[in-house]
Design a protein around this ligand. Structure first.
Ligand code: ADP
Ligand code: MG
Length: 280
């Protein structure tokens, strides 16, 4: 589903978001980036209706949902922290939204969602004894079980350790490819954003500093804030793209392409990159 924010404003005591506009195309994966306190979570709260804008409009497709209640918006949301119901098992958690909607095919819908997060057959598990990654997967299953019009994720991989986090990133990429869902991911992890997103929105203190493909934002930072924010990274344009999903050619090397940048490029983190001149 296409989502549009039109001139949105919110004001707290000593912080405000003014005249924020953005379009999230149907089926796109957009990451909202920015330091702590920049307004990332506020944007998600506005989208799902937990926060009322003081000005502006929110459109889902053609429909104006600015005044629509959260439960009527049909979004799948995973907020920060562990938001599972501890008195319910895995099945109960995933079935929660479906039961509210009086869904008939409960068993089938829940097992489909659990299959998508690779947790099929574990419906009777106690959620309190799951690992961090498993809990996140159940939370995502709950968010996608009722076939939401878009998936909103607020720092879903926070607190997960290296290997698990990598696995979750792959999982999310695959989930998106399988379902074609519009995904809006809030994160302060640039690696995550580059790996997953078609577009980035860079926030700073309630303002949008820049919006664009990872390639554009890295190569043409709009201002010194954005330039500094991405200063740990650089981008190499590939010579040739073998196939849409396949590898790209950089020099003599064929490396896995990460789609979504708009152009075949590889984004490197400076600290993870080593130049060897052939003599060493
Ligand atoms: P981020 O998710 O980017 O870290 P938030 O969107 O949570 O940032 O918050 C942006 C700013 O708004 C912060 O300074 C925060 O303290 C403030 N804020 C968020 N929600 C409220 C609220 N309900 N009342 C007052 N201030 C708030
Ligand atoms: Mg936040």
């Amino acid at each position: 589903m296409r989502i549009e924010l039109k001139g949105i404003g919110v004001a707290y005591k000593d912080w405000k978001l003014e005249n924020f506009s953005s379009v999230f195309k149907s089926g796109s994966f957009v990451s909202v980036l920015g330091p702590s306190g920049s307004g990332k979570t506020t944007l998600l709260r506005l989208l799902c209706g937990l926060e009322k804008p003081s000005s502006g409009k929110i459109l889902f497709g053609e429909k104006d949902v600015t005044k629509t209640a959260p439960e009527e918006r049909g979004l799948g949301v995973v907020f920060q922290g562990n938001s599972l119901f501890s008195h319910l098992d895995v099945f109960g958690n995933v079935a929660f939204g479906l039961k509210m909607k009086k869904e008939k095919d409960l068993e089938k819908k829940v097992s489909e969602a659990l299959r998508l997060v690779h947790f099929e057959g574990f419906g009777r598990r106690n959620v309190n004894f799951l690992s961090g990654g498993e809990q996140k997967r159940v939370a995502i299953a709950r968010a996608i079980a009722f076939n939401p019009s878009a998936l909103l994720l607020d720092e879903p991989f926070n607190g997960l350790d290296g290997k698990l986090k990598e696995g979750m990133k792959l999982f999310l990429k695959e989930l998106r490819a399988k379902t074609g869902l519009t995904v809006i991911l809030v994160t302060h992890d640039l690696d995550e954003a580059f790996f997953l997103s078609d577009r980035l929105i860079v926030m700073n203190n309630g303002s949008k500093e820049q919006e664009g493909t990872p390639f554009d934002v890295l190569l043409k930072p709009a201002n010194s804030f954005v330039k500094d924010f991405f200063s740990d990274y650089f981008v190499v344009e590939a010579k040739q793209q073998k196939s849409r999903k396949g590898n790209v050619i950089i020099g003599n090397f064929s490396v896995p392409a990460q789609s979504g940048s708009g152009k075949p490029v590889i984004i490197f983190k400076k600290t993870n990159y080593r130049f060897i001149d052939g003599k060493t």
